[in-house]
Design a protein around this ligand. Structure first.
Ligand code: AMP
Ligand code: GLY
Length: 429
């Protein structure tokens, strides 16, 4: 398989930094550019200041740079049809077209698909009017989950602990305009209990390759407390997913999902990220995303021995059956350093001081997310999630020790991170 020589990565987070680093590792030695990137990505490759949702700007950039392959990180350009538009100008891309991105962009669309194809998922009702939504609420057990239908940057889900809280969430979304048009319809879903796991599946039509298992830490605080975030850390493998359980997930969820999507006439080439709750009665789908996870990507990609460029290119070309996945035996763990205050208001522009690379623990990668350069050339915070400090090691404990040692070497006034990434699995060992 002839691999592309010039690649554009779209996005600016830790996920995109991990993608850029993985692509640079390819034996094909491609030229990689990133739009818009961040201060850390700019240390590795050329970054162009075109926003990830500027479809016309990205198309022009891809043509100007003679890009042969585009790898799309975030969901917004996917749902805006970036991949459809690239195809029209003859540039192949990794990521679904807009119709496939609906699996993330509409929770109601996904719930209908899951129910139609009898894929395990929580019972739910879908509403656009307040009165029937409130009436339905009163018939369901509490806690109950209220979800805005559309994209809400990971903030459109309320796990309501009381009926009052549930009613307030429904009113805020349907009447109050919370989340704008994303909240014009809501899904009211029964609460599932158990441990969550993220499964990243590289899909190409009816073919797929399941990447190593991982687990995210969604809450801001230690011990899974406080509000939900985009993800405060991750580790891989998630040993709670035993080989037997993975086989069951494949049989009951992954294969049926890939087949259902194809049966609906959606030609899906990209990452199907399946959020799964491991309930006492079996695995159940929480959601689909149609892109790599963040920070899951930062722990999954470093564990691949397979050329990531060959994997993504094969998926985009419909040649995924040529790929055999090789996974390193090491464990990976990523600690997200956030700006204190996140996921609410947080400061920007705090200077970050990094230790010299040579003093970092071995096999440690500092992926940048919300970073920028100030006018003095210093690297400063520029987002809620700032860095993803990842380490690879023979055991999860050693990976945690390395990642935390590196976190302690990085100084920044607004630095905040969880101290217990991986704790659930470490306590089981
Ligand atoms: P989602 O964006 O749909 O994955 O929801 C975000 C988070 O809300 C999930 O990662 C879960 O922690 C939680 N959540 C979503 N749906 C449910 C559910 N039915 N039961 C319990 N927790 C849920
Ligand atoms: N880590 C969860 C996500 O990427 O949506």
């Amino acid at each position: 398989m002839k691999l592309p020589c010039s690649i554009l990565v779209v996005g600016s987070g830790g996920r995109e930094h991990a993608l850029v680093r993985a692509l640079l590792q390819s034996p094909a030695k491609p030229r990689v550019v990133c739009a818009p990137g961040n201060a850390g990505i700019a240390q590795d490759v050329a970054c162009c200041s075109v926003a990830a949702d500027d479809i016309a700007g990205l198309l022009a950039l891809a043509q100007r740079e003679q890009i042969e392959f585009v790898v799309v990180g975030p969901e917004v350009p996917l749902s805006l049809g970036l991949v459809d538009q690239l195809e029209k100008i003859g540039i192949p891309a990794y990521g679904p077209k807009a119709v496939g991105a609906r699996l993330e962009a509409s929770k109601i669309f996904t719930k209908q698909l899951l129910l139609k194809y009898k894929i395990p998922t929580a019972a739910a009702g879908c509403f656009s009017e307040v009165a029937p939504a409130l009436a339905y609420l009163r018939t369901r057990p509490i806690p109950i989950v209220i979800k805005a239908d559309g994209l809400a940057a990971g903030k459109g889900v309320v796990v309501a602990q009381t009926l009052t809280e549930a009613e307030a969430a429904v009113r805020a979304m349907l009447d109050g305009g919370k989340f704008g048009s994303a909240g014009h319809q809501v899904l009211i879903e029964d609460c599932l209990y158990g441990e969550e796991t993220s499964l990243l599946v590289v899909v190409s039509g009816r073919d797929y390759v399941t990447l190593p298992t991982s687990q995210d830490h969604k809450r801001i605080g230690d011990g899974d407390t406080g509000p939900n975030t985009g993800g405060m850390g991750a580790y891989s493998p998630a040993e709670v997913v035993t080989p037997a359980l993975l086989e069951r997930i494949d049989r009951e969820i992954v294969r049926p999902s890939v087949d259902a999507i194809a049966a609906e006439g959606i030609e899906f080439r990209g990452t199907l990220f399946i959020g799964i709750m491991l309930t006492p009665t079996g695995p159940s789908v929480l959601e689909y995303n149609t892109r790599f996870g963040d920070p899951e990507t930062q722990v999954v990609l470093p564990r691949l021995a397979t050329d990531v460029l060959a994997l993504l290119w094969a998926a985009a070309r419909g040649e995924l059956t040529t790929i055999t996945l090789a996974v390193k035996p090491e464990a990976a763990l990523c600690v997200v350093i956030a700006a204190r205050g996140y996921p609410d208001a947080y400061p920007k522009g705090d200077v970050i001081a990094f230790p010299p690379a040579a003093t970092l623990p071995p096999s440690t990668f500092v992926y940048h997310a919300g970073t920028a350069k100030n006018s003095s050339g210093q690297i400063v915070t520029n987002g809620g999630r700032v860095l993803g400090v990842t380490a690879l090691a023979p055991t999860l404990r050693a990976a945690a020790d390395r990642a935390y040692a590196a976190c302690d070497q990085i100084t920044c006034a607004a630095k905040y991170f969880r101290r217990d990434i991986g704790a659930r699995q470490l306590h089981r060992q």
